[in-house]
Ligand binder design. Structure first.
Ligand SMILES: Cc1cc2nc3c(=O)[nH]c(=O)nc-3n(C[C@H](O)[C@H](O)[C@H](O)COP(=O)(O)OP(=O)(O)OC[C@H]3O[C@@H](n4cnc5c(N)ncnc54)[C@H](O)[C@@H]3O)c2cc1C
Length: 191
């Protein structure tokens, strides 16, 4: 059996490890700390459409989409497959993710901005700005979570034409584990 060592446990390493496992390899994944993947805001931006990708190709010759050296058909097929595999792998771990690379939704982010995303957790999808039009929205901040700004998020929604009211709620939360505690956690038995 082929043995594969993957270094890095962000989304790139996890998808590489998953691909190798599915090809029948025996895989070991090592990672020294949570990386950018652990910080992402909840919505994955992939690519809006082929036009955007062609623009990337002409302005950024070293962009990963360009370096793959694929034609439009191959790129579309690959993106379909990648979205499917991400969703399938996360669903097996209990996280259901909605959308695909062709569907762009707009979401208020934690910093008071509005940003696009193609794949989002199902729990986030009802917050897509189009679905909130005509509704009154309460944006709830928890005082124990200092880096979430409900006022800024409500202001971003208002700018997008949605009636939004910021509220702050006091709640006793269990102690958050430190990043080092997360790193030393035992890996699940199988992917
Ligand atoms: C604050 C923030 C917010 C973001 N928000 C979004 C978002 O909302 N939507 C979106 O689509 N993208 C977002 N991104 C970008 C996205 O998170 C990254 O593009 C993506 O997660 C990169 O994945 P990766 O696997 O390449 O790298 P990482 O997730 O950084 O993984 C690399 C891993 O390799 C490990 N490693 C590195 N060197 C070694 C070594 N020598 N030995 C062992 N392990 C090693 C690191 O510890 C790390 O765990 C965000 C990024 C940041 C920083």
């Amino acid at each position: 059996m082929t043995r594969v060592l993957v270094i890095g446990g962000g989304i790139a390493g996890c998808m590489a490890a998953l691909g190798a496992v599915q090809s029948g390899a025996q895989v070991m994944l090592v990672s020294r700390a949570p990386g950018a993947t652990a910080l992402y805001a909840g919505g994955m931006e992939i690519a809006a459409d082929l036009r955007e990708m062609r623009a990337l190709a002409s302005s950024q010759p070293y962009h990963p989409f360009v370096r793959l050296g694929l034609n439009d058909f191959e790129l579309v097929t690959l993106l379909d497959e990648v979205c499917y595999r991400v969703q399938e792998a996360l669903a097996r771990a209990g996280l259901r993710v909605a959308g695909n690379w062709r569907t762009t939704g707009w979401y208020a982010d934690v910093h008071g901005g509005v940003r696009p995303a193609q794949l989002v957790p199902e729990s986030i999808q009802p917050g897509e700005l189009g679905a909130l039009q005509g509704k009154r929205v309460a944006v709830v901040g928890l005082s124990a979570i200092g880096d979430y700004d409900a006022v800024a998020t409500a202001a971003a929604l208002e700018e997008a034409g949605i009636r939004a009211v910021p509220l702050t709620v006091t709640m006793d939360l269990m102690q958050y584990p430190s990043q080092s505690a997360l790193v030393s956690r035992t890996a699940p038995p199988s992917l």
